[in-house]
Design a protein around this ligand. Sequence first.
Ligand code: SAH
Ligand code: SF4
Length: 359
Amino acid sequence: MGLSPAELRDPLPKIDLKDLGPSELEAFITSFGKEHYRAIQILRWLYLRGVSSVEGMTNLSKRFRQELSRVSLISVLKPLHIEQATDGTRKFLFELTDGNRIESVLIPEKSRITLCLSTQVGCALGCRFCLTGKTGFKRDLTVSEIVNQILAARENLPHGTSITNIVLMGMGEPLANYTNTMKAIGLMISPDAFKFSSRRVTLSTAGLLPGLERMAREGAGFRLAVSLNASDDETRSRLMPVNRLYPLREILRVCRNFPLRPRTRITFEYVLVENVNDSPQSARNLLKILRGIPSKINLIPLNEAPGIPFRRPSQERVREFQEILMEGGLTAIVRTSKGAEISAACGQLRGKSPVLLPS
Ligand code: SAH
Ligand code: SF4
């Protein structure tokens, strides 16, 4: 198939196959006159085997591989730096093709290995306790930049282990990058791509209402976590400016009607901040506002950082808060963030290289 003079002068940019969600990849492959199962073969090469070139897809004809190579490419993300904390947590720093940097965190626990992914470079929502928010927003990640974090982390796993859970809780607000995030999740849970069970993929949002409503309409099968962080609008707006636009009542209304799968609950994250949202009264109020919503609470004692104008409450205060919730019938788990010593804990991701100290 020859190129037209216009294409020779100004060739179309190649399509990154990893920027296509499962159904888009199928449409792309069938546009070559190929069968549906060819798209499945390609998904498997890309995400189960992790090939980095079309030439490596040896069950496709040579001619088709040549055709595909002319119009498409397969991007890879190589970590610029990997840091490991004493608790086993690993932080990956990636440099994107435009020089921007993002981070992912791999958290090994007794019975699972969780990968925490970024969905944006920075974040526009500016929560006052979060370093990602403090650095501001640069841009959305592409689908390939989201899924390549999984492939890169997978290459660096200890032998014989695999990633069991994915959480979209790294840099950025996933629902502010709705389309790319959903395509990436589509690849995560596709039986022909990453093959994660949808119960093991969790999207965490600060509560962007239009995105939440869209997710509710489209019937998300994966798990939902909502960062609540306060039980009244005044406190929440103080911590999370986005609450002025989308107040608690609206977010909880969508949560109350969210189409959950049987036996699943919404996880509400609550960063405990000393003297701001950690009082017994706040805990009682939380019980009240969550009534009627199948919920479970993750209490995250604040990870302090330079430039963050808040403190972490004492352990007793955290325990007291937890006990009030449990006595009120809620499941409340205190999450001690892992990897704090390498700035890999919740809210500590900035996409910066570690400062190298002279030895
Ligand atoms: N933007 C999304 C996902 C990324 S933030 C969201 O806000 O949900 C992931 C989690 O880290 C959120 O629950 C957030 O409240 C929490 N977090 C942010 N900064 C933190 C900090 N300094 N200490 C503890 N948790 C923090
Ligand atoms: Fe953005 Fe989430 Fe950080 Fe808020 S907590 S600034 S929404 S990344």
